[in-house]
Design a protein around this ligand. Structure first.
Ligand code: C2O
Ligand code: CU
Length: 476
């Protein structure tokens, strides 16, 4: 687990110190001020990692630089990243920088924004990071299998004026469908997963390991960056005995607040930054559980208090983050478009368009399709845009989930404000890049279409995406 210790040193110092500690070569000279370009290398290849631990054999995975999650990519807000990606898999791949507002050609969508990276080949991504926050990277080629086998990693953009905390961590959450021999079940892309909940696993990991405990100290303030890298699972984390405050969703600052119902709900691909004050006593133990699926609650790990307190009570420094750089949508002038999500079992959908032909649900499923955006089931990434937006204008998308399932809907190249749910204005008008729609839920999102190009708009349950719940929005 990444840990940055900074009780008595300034944050800049601790970034340097922890870089040495963690022996991450890219960090050996992490400067406080903008450098020309910050470089990383990612090699996607088969590997083996001790996911389960103990007596269990290592698990064969696909990984970046041999690790799950892949290496932490970190930059200061406003810097430029250059990332050389080498493909040592037996199939094509790409890398998508989820949530970063990159130029279209750097977005990593096969065929739509680049030629996929062939086995043995490499591709260099280079882009500025305009906004601070918690992001992640993953392939966009056959992602239901490539992400599902372990290809993903955290991408963290530091604020220029960080908030004061004692320690900072990320937890990349995932769930795996493992067999008794600790190997990944090979049933990727089966129609049962595709047409229902997606590939829900049986083994949850935090930063690529089953964790039993996480050590904390009384009186310390922790910033915890949560990243849901699972194919399909929604997590709802409950920190018993603690009162976490959400300070960012999907990397974007939000007014600090206690999450509704006390749980942090993250659909696939979503992130949240939390500030948690450690108010327990030395030696105490508290359970962190995932309570999203009724009847399937489980303990993720225990927070365990060290014998030595850090201080008597947590600091009361402000925790609000400075805003990022997205332009504010003009809601009065915004052009409104309806987007309907359909399909799936128990959805009542009768027919859909696929490859220019009308099909019924049975015929669709024989073709591996189960879901639609505005009545169309998408095949592949080379799609005619279902919406064309004028660059620089404000838009409001009124989305309806006409299905019996949850869908975390992601827009590339932009962040949007979630302005209402089921007709009620949202309290925080949160900026996000992925919004979780409950069954039958309606939500309105608004943004300025300021990034030119063809952008994917899709469900981040990767089986739903592969089975048609995907479309392209053009900004021209
Ligand atoms: Cu996280 Cu289209 O992807
Ligand atoms: Cu979905």
């Amino acid at each position: 687990m990444t840990s940055h210790s900074s009780a008595s040193v300034s944050r800049r110092t601790f970034v340097l110190a922890s870089a040495a500690l963690l022996a991450r070569p890219a960090f050996s000279a992490f400067p406080a001020h903008a450098s020309a370009v910050r470089e990383y290398r990612l090699t996607a290849a088969p590997g083996r990692v001790p996911l389960v631990g103990g007596e269990h054999p290592e698990t064969a995975v696909w990984a970046y630089n041999g690790a799950v999650p892949g290496p932490e990519i970190r930059a200061w807000q406003g810097e430029r990243l250059r990332i050389v990606v080498e493909n040592k898999l037996d199939e094509e791949t790409t890398v998508h920088w989820h949530g970063i507002r990159v130029p279209n050609a750097m977005d990593g969508v096969p065929h739509l924004t680049q030629k996929p990276i062939a086995p043995g080949a490499s591709f260099t991504y280079e882009f500025d990071v305009p906004d601070a926050g918690t992001y992640w990277y993953h392939p966009h080629q056959r992602s239901f299998e490539q992400v599902g086998r372990g290809l993903y990693g955290p991408l963290i953009v530091e604020e220029r004026e960080p908030i004061a905390v004692d320690r900072e961590f990320y937890w990349v959450l995932d769930d795996w469908r493992l067999q008794a021999d600790a190997q990944i079940s090979g049933d990727f892309g089966n129609m049962m997963d595709m047409s229902h909940n997606g590939r829900i696993g049986n083994t949850a990991t935090v930063n690529g390991r089953i964790r039993e405990t996480f050590e904390v100290r009384r009186g310390e303030r922790i910033r915890l960056r949560l990243i849901n890298a699972a194919n399909a699972r929604t997590f709802a984390l409950d920190f018993a005995g603690h009162a976490p405050r959400v300070i960012a969703f999907d990397g974007q600052p939000v007014e600090p607040h206690a999450p509704a119902g006390g749980r942090i709900v993250l659909g696939a691909a979503m992130r949240a930054d939390l500030v948690i004050d450690m108010t327990g006593k030395p030696g105490e133990r508290f359970r962190v559980s995932d309570t999203f699926y009724r009847g399937l609650e489980y303990r993720l790990l225990d927070l365990v208090y060290a014998a030595e307190p850090l201080r008597d009570s947590p600091p009361d420094a402000p925790v609000a983050l400075a805003p990022n750089t997205m332009p504010e949508p003009d809601l009065k002038a915004a052009e409104r478009h309806e987007v309907a999500f359909g399909g799936g079992m128990m959805g009542g959908m009768m027919t859909a368009m696929m490859g220019g032909r009308r099909m019924d649900m049975r015929e669709m499923m024989q073709n591996g399709m189960a879901w639609t955006v505005n009545g169309v089931a998408a095949t592949g990434h080379m799609l005619d845009p279902f919406l064309t937006l004028a660059r620089g204008r404000s838009y409001l998308l009124a989305m309806h989930n006409d299905t019996a399932w949850h869908h975390p809907i992601h827009l590339h190249g932009h962040a949007f404000r979630v302005i209402s749910r089921n007709g009620q204005p949202t309290r925080y008008r949160e900026w996000q890049d992925t919004v979780l729609l409950s069954p039958r839920e309606r939500a309105e999102i608004a943004f300025v279409a300021d990034n030119a190009g063809d952008w994917m708009f899709h469900c981040h349950i990767l089986e739903h995406q592969a089975a048609g719940m995907m479309g392209v929005i053009r900004v021209a």
